[in-house]
Design a protein around this ligand. Structure first.
Ligand SMILES: [Fe+2]
Ligand SMILES: [Fe+2]
Length: 272
């Protein structure tokens, strides 16, 4: 599995104002197109997959992220070529910009757990007149679903409920081997330094621990996800916040999370 240029990426050579190429093989490319403000809001990763002439955005971001993400997309391909937006779950830091995309292109497909389609409508503001919403949802059931790409590749949507959302999907790109993991693997450093890859494993687990103990629902939910991921060829895990896990950091992370008491198991250890 080709993992250049992600393998060679170093934080001190990354400009977060750029679109960062993470993978390229033939007509299949993966970019980081997130934002870094250094402000009080949680920093978010947005990713773009270009496959042939089509674009797929994962975790589009909050309402005010749209101009930044849109600008980066325009540097790489026509925004008319974006066919799908993927949302790991229903949170505003992921979804709130989608009405800007659907106003741009009504045909765009919104890939999200079937649990959230009724809730996603509440991000929309344009049917105060009573006009029905006309959103193009691809509803991911608990069994998951696959979106076929050119040349036999797929974007496999895997259901990983309660990590943290009850309706939560992970997306596995079978061409790059990248797993887009939503809030699983999120890290929050106390300083405002931009980091896209891990410099120091111990510092990174420290930056992940509190978030996972509070947000991930239970160790059983983590074990269910790890069981599902074990047979998959995963070359990197790309969360919605924090740093990308590369190569051996993938299993290091799933093992670390598997042993960390989280959620109900962390808060009520005497009831286990
Ligand atoms: Fe979330
Ligand atoms: Fe998030």
């Amino acid at each position: 599995m080709v993992s250049v240029p992600l393998t060679n990426l170093k934080n001190d050579s990354i400009n977060p104002d750029d679109a960062i190429l993470l993978f390229e093989r033939g007509g299949h490319k993966v970019y980081w197109i997130g934002t870094h403000t250094g402000g009080d809001e949680i920093e978010c990763n947005t990713y773009l997959i270009i496959d042939g002439h089509e674009g797929y955005i994962l975790e589009p971001g909050g309402f005010d992220r749209f101009p930044h993400v849109f600008k980066k997309v325009c540097l790489l391909l026509s925004p008319n070529s974006i066919t799908h937006l993927f949302f790991s779950h229903q949170d505003p830091d992921i979804c709130a910009s989608f009405p800007s995309w659907t106003k741009w292109n009504e045909q765009i497909k919104l890939v999200v757990s079937s649990l959230w389609t009724r809730f996603m409508l509440h991000y929309e503001s344009r049917d105060l007149s009573g006009k029905a919403h006309n959103l193009n949802f691809v509803k991911v059931p608990d069994e998951g679903l696959s979106i076929p790409l050119n040349d036999g590749g797929r974007l496999d949507c895997l259901s990983a409920p309660f990590l943290h959302s009850p309706g939560n999907i992970l997306v596995h790109d079978t061409v790059s081997g990248f797993l887009f993991s939503g809030d699983v693997g999120a890290a929050m450093y106390k300083d405002h330094t931009f980091r896209l890859v891990i410099d120091d494993w111990n510092a990174h687990t420290h930056a992940m621990q509190g978030f996972h103990q509070r947000y991930m629902s239970s160790n059983r939910a983590v074990a269910g996800m790890n069981k599902q991921l074990a047979p998959l060829p995963i070359s990197a895990i790309l969360p919605q916040h924090g740093c990308i896990f590369r190569g051996e950091e993938v299993s290091r992370f799933t093992q670390w999370l598997g042993k960390l008491p989280v959620g109900a198991d962390y808060f009520y250890p005497d009831l286990a």
